[in-house]
Structures are given as structure tokens and as C-alpha cells.
Ligand binder design. Structure first.
Ligand SMILES: Cc1ncc(COP(=O)(O)O)c(C=O)c1O
Ligand code: FES
Length: 483
């Protein structure tokens, strides 16, 4: 297929180290380590400031080009120069205000929140309950409906395995989609091994499911519909309210993986009839290793816990809570609610700028939905035809980016999410995800637009396929030998 031809014809990229070679038509270019600008974090406001360049730029632009790159990224003292961070779907930088909150628990408030017999336990417990309240507040839930877990992976496992197991005597069917996060897909496969049937709904070319498909897939023994709110690779937002309505009418539990949605788009579990919602702290500027699952109490959702023990968290998730993480997460949720409007406006503005800047490059395509109501602005996924995404990432070492999800980023396989949209291998191989967050600055976006223009141009000049396209050759008419 075209993607493999692209791979073998165009580039051989030595993945490690700061030097790499790009070769085709006997042309070998060497890039040396790209230097960076300095960004400093103001620890009270959390603002990042671009300061003066530290190193002169050392990228060798293509021959004959007058391009010279500005320095681009940050120096947080002990870590040296670092790239601009545009991978907020993988994780977000911790908000300094969250860290301030967490420190209280590593110094004074060290009691076990489950210790009911003394003040150390009570004071920590009070803080834990405040955090639970802040999280519930973001989604219109009752604090009692928030169960702390280690993250969205655990929450997804808890629901996708736990609910069907509880109801297994009468119900045998689960519905999900082809573009879920791996932890939902793997949990669903696991349930198939346990004897359940799973329907994996297809998506259209924008990544959206069809409500008719959902309705048609429902059976008498369907127990659970698990559909993610915002996709982590392309940012598309599923029609949650409509899905919730269909589920409620059919008395089926509706679980949404909200890892990329919580605090980013407006979610109301009652308005949307969501029965379970997976939440992750490190996607909202909170600490890693903590998350939650919203589990509805009325009508009550029952599930078989995957972790048994002391019966904490309404018996649904045993184990001593980690107050520094829980309360850091709570603070992150409080901030995300307070600043959602501001964050959304900031992200939207930068997203528009980035999209306009990058889509002006010829032969590019935006993946996801063009409808703002169905698309989260902070996730911009673009395919650059005739370029391998991996080669582009290698040529963009001054910008931290990914071609898809973090957990599959070590693999060179094209994204299964883009495949599900109907993208061919070549397009899937040439896509890059740009994540914009609270701390992304306009200067960074300006830098990124310029850098991508230059390097796409450079890599395409190396590409025999691009050369052929420029000469007017229809690539589809070519019979490639081998695969
Ligand atoms: C959509 C989605 N679901 C689940 C997860 C897993 O979250 P966590 O890292 O909290 O386990 C992620 C994180 O990448 C995600 O993007
Ligand atoms: S071209 Fe066949 S897998 Fe990429």
C-alpha cells in the first residue's frame, strides 16, 4: 500500500539521538540539535513567559532557502533546554496552584483519611471530602457519586468489566465503538473472553457514531453502552445527550470515558443521562496516578468491584486513598470549573490560529469534525500528505508532539482511530496531533506554524512521491512492486 511505499521510498530515520539523516534520491541531510527559547513559569500565576533565546538556532535549512528558525522552547533550569509542549492529550503540566495544595499533605496533614478515631484522620478526611465535592461540581453530580481510582484506565476497567459481571445472569451484551481508548477496547475484549458479546460501532469519516447504528445494535440483553465523550486522537465529541436518552429509554447503563472531556467541555451527568463517567486528574493540570469514576446512585448502578478489601469508596474501590493526590486532583477540578470559560476562549483562539496557519500548507487535511459543536478545539489533528508523520516528528524535535495516543506512540503502526474514519494508510501515517492547553502561548503557536511550514517544505523536497505529484503523475495509476 501507499503508506509502505512512502516508508521505503522516502525516509530512513535513525530514531535516537539528536542527529538524524533523511535520505532519498541520494540526498542526505543532517540536522543538528535544534535550539530553543526559554520559557519560565511564574509559580503563583502559572503563566509561562517567553524569555530571550539561549542558543543560536542551528537547524540547517534546505539548500537555497533563506529560512532561519527562531529559538523555540524552554529552559526550566535543571532540565536544560526543552521543546515547546503541544502534547496535552498525553498529559498536562501540573498547575503550580495544584502543587501548593498537595504540599500541605506532605508536610502537616499526614493523617489517614480513613482513621475515624482521632483528629489527624478527621482533618485529612475533611479535605478529601472537599476534593470530592469540587470534582462532583464540574459535572453536576452528588459528591457521594464520585469514587476515587488511580486514573481513567482503572475507571474504564471498573465499569466495562464490573457492570456486565454484576448483571451476567440476565445480560450478555455490551456496545462500544471502534475508536475508544485502548483500555476500553481491551476491557471489552476481556469480557468477550468471559462469554459476553460486544458490538463495536463504526464511526463516520469525522469520527462520529450514528445514533441509528446505536439503536439498531441494542438487544434485549444489552447491559452497557460505553462511548467516549471526547476522542483523544482527533478531539471529536460524541452526541452524549442523544446517546444518554436512547440508553435511558432502553434501560441500559451509559458509561462515557470522559478523560479528555472533563473540565474541557460542559458535561452534566443528569442532563446527559450519563450513568458512569471516567475522569483523569493528569489531563486537567492535576497529579498523575489519580482519577475518579462517577457512578450514579439514582437509578442505582451496581457493579462487581475489581479491587476488593477494606470497603472504602462505597465498597466499590478498596484501598487507602492518597490525600495529596486526591486533594491535588480536587484543586485541579476546582480551578478547571472556575476557569473553564477563560481556558476555552484562550484555547479556541490559539486553535483557530494554528489551524489556519497549518491548513494553508498545500495537501493538508484536518481530521475530526468541522462542526465546532462536535469538536474540542484543543485537539488539532492534521494529515500532511506525502510525508511520514514519524519523519516530521523527528524533524520537529523542538516541539513535543505525537502522531496519536501516548500509549501507542512507540509503535510505527498507523492509528486505528484514523483507520476507523476510513483514512487510508498513507493519510493515517502522515497525521500529527497538536494539543493546546491552558499554558500554551501565542508565541509558541507562531513558532510552531513557522517551523511546520519550513520542515514540511523541506521533507517534501526530499520526497520522490511529492516530486511525482508536482510533475502531475497520478500516484494511484502506479503499480508498485511488492508491499
Ligand atoms: C480517552 C482516554 N481514556 C483513558 C485514558 C487513560 O487515562 P489515565 O492515564 O488516567 O489512566 C486516557 C489517557 O490517555 C484517554 O485519553
Ligand atoms: S502501508 Fe500498509 S500498513 Fe502502512
Amino acid at each position: 500500500m501507499l503508506g509502505n511505499q512512502l516508508k521505503s521510498l522516502s525516509f530512513q530515520v535513525a530514531k535516537h539521538g539528536s542527529l538524524f539523516k533523511v535520505g532519498s534520491n541520494n540526498a542526505i541531510r543532517q540536522f543538528s540539535k535544534i535550539s530553543r527559547t526559554s520559557l519560565a513559569t511564574n509559580t503563583t500565576t502559572g503563566e509561562l513567559h517567553v524569555s530571550t533565546p539561549i542558543d543560536p538556532p542551528s537547524l540547517h535549512p534546505p539548500e537555497g532557502s533563506s529560512v532561519s528558525l527562531k529559538n523555540s522552547s524552554r529552559d526550566d533550569s535543571q532540565f536544560g533546554t526543552r521543546p515547546i509542549y503541544l502534547d496535552v492529550q498525553a498529559t498536562t503540566p501540573t498547575d503550580p496552584r495544584v502543587l501548593d495544595k498537595m504540599l500541605e499533605f506532605y508536610t502537616g496533614l499526614y493523617g489517614n483519611p480513613h482513621s475515624a478515631t482521632h483528629a489527624y484522620g478527621w482533618e485529612t478526611d475533611k479535605e478529601v471530602e472537599k476534593a470530592r465535592g469540587y470534582i462532583a461540581d464540574v459535572i453536576g453530580a452528588d459528591p457521594k457519586e464520585i469514587i476515587f481510582t488511580s486514573g481513567a484506565t482503572e475507571s474504564n476497567n471498573m465499569v466495562v468489566k464490573g457492570i456486565p459481571r454484576f448483571y451476567k445472569k440476565t445480560k450478555k451484551h455490551i456496545i462500544t465503538t471502534q475508536t475508544e481508548h485502548k483500555c476500553v477496547l481491551d476491557s471489552a475484549r476481556h469480557m468477550q473472553d468471559e462469554g459476553f458479546d460486544v458490538t463495536y460501532l463504526p464511526v463516520n469519516e469525522q469520527g462520529l457514531i450514528s445514533l441509528d447504528d446505536l439503536t439498531n445494535a441494542i438487544r434485549k440483553d444489552t447491559i452497557l453502552v460505553s462511548i467516549m465523550a471526547v476522542n483523544n486522537e482527533i478531539g471529536v465529541i460524541q452526541p452524549l445527550k442523544e446517546i444518554g436518552k436512547i440508553c435511558r429509554e432502553n434501560k441500559i447503563f451509559f458509561h462515557a470515558d470522559g478523560a479528555q472531556a472533563f473540565g474541557k467541555i460542559k458535561l452534566d451527568v443528569n442532563e446527559m443521562n450519563i450513568d458512569c463517567l471516567s475522569i483523569s486528574s493528569h489531563k486537567i493540570y492535576g497529579p498523575m496516578g489519580i482519577g475518579a469514576c462517577y457512578i450514579r446512585r439514582r437509578p442505582r448502578v451496581r457493579l462487581d468491584p475489581i479491587i476488593s478489601g477494606g470497603g472504602q469508596e462505597r465498597g466499590l474501590r478498596s484501598g487507602t486513598l492518597a490525600p495529596p493526590l486526591v486533594c491535588g486532583f480536587g484543586e485541579a477540578a476546582r480551578l478547571v470549573k472556575e476557569e473553564m470559560e477563560y481556558d476555552q476562549a484562550h484555547i479556541h483562539k490559539l486553535s483557530e490560529k494554528l489551524k489556519n496557519g497549518l491548513l494553508s500548507i498545500p495537501s493538508t487535511q484536518l481530521n475530526g469534525s468541522p462542526d465546532p459543536a462536535s469538536q474540542y478545539a484543543g485537539c488539532v489533528n492534521i494529515s500532511f500528505a506525502y510525508i511520514e508523520g514519524e519523519s516530521l516528528l523527528m524533524a520537529l524535535k523542538d516541539i513535543a508532539l505525537s502522531s496519536g495516543s501516548a500509549c501507542t506512540s512507540a509503535s510505527l503502526e498507523p492509528s486505528y482511530v484514523l483507520h476507523a474514519l476510513g483514512a487510508d494508510d498513507a493519510l493515517a501515517h502522515s497525521s500529527i496531533r497538536f494539543g493546546i492547553g491552558r499554558f500554551t502561548t501565542e508565541e509558541e503557536i507562531d513558532y510552531v506554524i513557522k517551523a511546520i511550514h519550513e520542515r514540511v517544505d523541506f521533507l517534501r523536497k526530499m520526497s520522490p512521491l511529492w516530486e511525482m505529484v508536482q510533475e502531475g503523475i497520478d500516484l494511484d495509476s502506479i503499480e508498485w512492486s511488492g508491499h
